[in-house]
Design a protein around this ligand. Structure first.
Ligand SMILES: NC(=O)c1ccc[n+]([C@@H]2O[C@H](COP(=O)([O-])OP(=O)(O)OC[C@H]3O[C@@H](n4cnc5c(N)ncnc54)[C@H](O)[C@@H]3O)[C@@H](O)[C@H]2O)c1
Ligand SMILES: [Zn+2]
Ligand SMILES: [Zn+2]
Length: 368
């Protein structure tokens, strides 16, 4: 993950005239376990490659809850949160060529210059001038307006016929589930797949894994309501891991073979351990979860198992392809939405998402 904010190559700075600031509502991180809905200055074009987007729909990510718990040290007090959003372009810099004021857009969580070595390798999340900046190192989308650096690469045109609630899933959860889960895990036709964590990201991994026709998908979580949601997505086996017998149950479901792909979508040592215990020889463990504690690698059991372990921050290189799948109806992203709030009710939306098990929440939509 690269959080550099120094711009290495030539971009023209715009002179901002004094006295032109106006105010907007924004959700601000005020230190661990503290959020405030505040009046903040509306963002302005800082570099000519920027766009200002008026947010119409945003949502809250599991990662925002990690920020709220104080587990992501790059987020400082006063930061406007949010890295997911759909909106309308309000202003563009003179070096933005693919968009115009008034265009409907989806915002990618990843900022990428398109010119550095990492961008040229398609590793946009490691862009030397970008990466995951929104709602982390720069102000994010849980506000009336947001500044999007490198707008030409960070925005996608949103066709009028795509529902905004479905489209906002393209900012983070769908590309994350697909790239870090399904594609890194190399899900193939006929595979046995287990996904640990049936939150929005785990469910996005489920939705995108289904595109590759696995024979069996097993969802694992502690929360029965999320497992119930998972079952509504097709012929899915579910295991509640709270009884400590998850490994035995997965082995029972797979005739003692284990799974070909184990996708970790929680971010805890215990859930990565489950993946290590159920992976079949030749299998792939694809880690998605953001971890803040070390995890033990069980090489004493896995050294001869020919397994592959992958890690990664989403590059969001599949966003355009996912957009086409949502548009054609092949991917029912709206199924992830359970709750709806106005921007003025965003603290309530956080409370609902924080208590997801009790509230039966998956994705909470915030509109403005
Ligand atoms: N790698 C990336 O690029 C990337 C991008 C986005 C999100 N993430 C991470 O993906 C993870 C999932 O995100 P989310 O939005 O779905 O989060 P979430 O918190 O909504 O969902 C996590 C799920 O895990 C379940 N869970 C918790 N402890 C468990 C345990 N011990 N055993 C089984 N299940 C357990 C919870 O009940 C919940 O349903 C988070 O760590 C998030 O930070 C990573
Ligand atoms: Zn996210
Ligand atoms: Zn770059």
């Amino acid at each position: 993950m690269n959080h550099a904010t120094n711009y290495h190559y030539h971009v023209t700075f715009r002179v901002i005239e004094a006295g032109t600031f106006s105010l907007m509502k924004a959700l601000v991180f005020d230190g661990p376990n503290r959020l405030r809905l505040e009046d903040k200055s509306k963002p302005v074009i800082t570099l000519n490659t920027d766009a200002i987007v008026r947010i119409t729909t945003t949502t809250i990510c599991g990662t925002d809850l990690l920020i709220l718990k104080g587990e992501i040290p790059t987020v400082s007090k006063g930061r406007i949160l949010g890295h997911e959003g759909v909106g309308v372009i309000d202003e563009i810099g003179s070096e933005v060529f693919g968009f115009q004021v008034g265009d409907k857009v989806v915002i990618s969580l990843i900022t990428s210059c398109g010119k550095c070595d990492y961008c040229k390798k398609g590793m946009y999340s490691h862009c030397e001038n970008g990466g995951w900046l929104l709602g982390n190192c720069i102000d994010g989308t849980q506000a009336e307006y947001v500044r999007i650096p490198f707008a030409d690469t960070g925005l996608y045109h949103l066709p009028d016929d795509i529902d905004e609630e479905a489209a906002v899933m393209l900012s983070c959860v769908l590309p994350t589930g697909l790239e870090c889960g399904t594609l890194n895990g190399q899900v193939k036709p006929g595979d046995r797949v287990a996904i640990v964590g049936a939150g929005p990201v785990g469910l996005a991994a489920l939705l995108t894994a289904q595109l590759y026709s696995p024979a069996e998908i097993i969802m694992i979580d502690l929360d029965d309501s999320r497992l119930e949601a998972a079952r509504s997505f097709g012929d899915i086996q579910t295991v509640n891991s709270s009884n400590g017998k998850v490994v035995e149950q997965v082995m029972l479901l797979t005739n003692d073979l284990g799974v070909n792909v184990a996708i970790e979508a929680v971010g805890l040592p215990a859930t990565f351990d489950i993946c290590q215990a159920i992976i079949a020889p030749g299998g792939h463990i694809a880690n998605i979860g953001v971890h803040d504690k070390p995890v033990k690698l069980h090489l004493e059991k896995l050294w001869d198992s020919n397994i592959t372990i992958t890690t990664g921050l989403v590059d969001a290189e599949t966003t355009n392809m996912l957009l086409r799948l949502v548009e054609s109806g092949r991917l029912d992203a709206k199924k992830l939405v359970t709750h709806r709030f106005k921007l003025t009710e965003i603290i309530q939306a956080y409370n609902t998402f924080w208590n997801a098990a009790k509230e039966h929440a998956i994705k909470v939509i915030i509109t403005n």
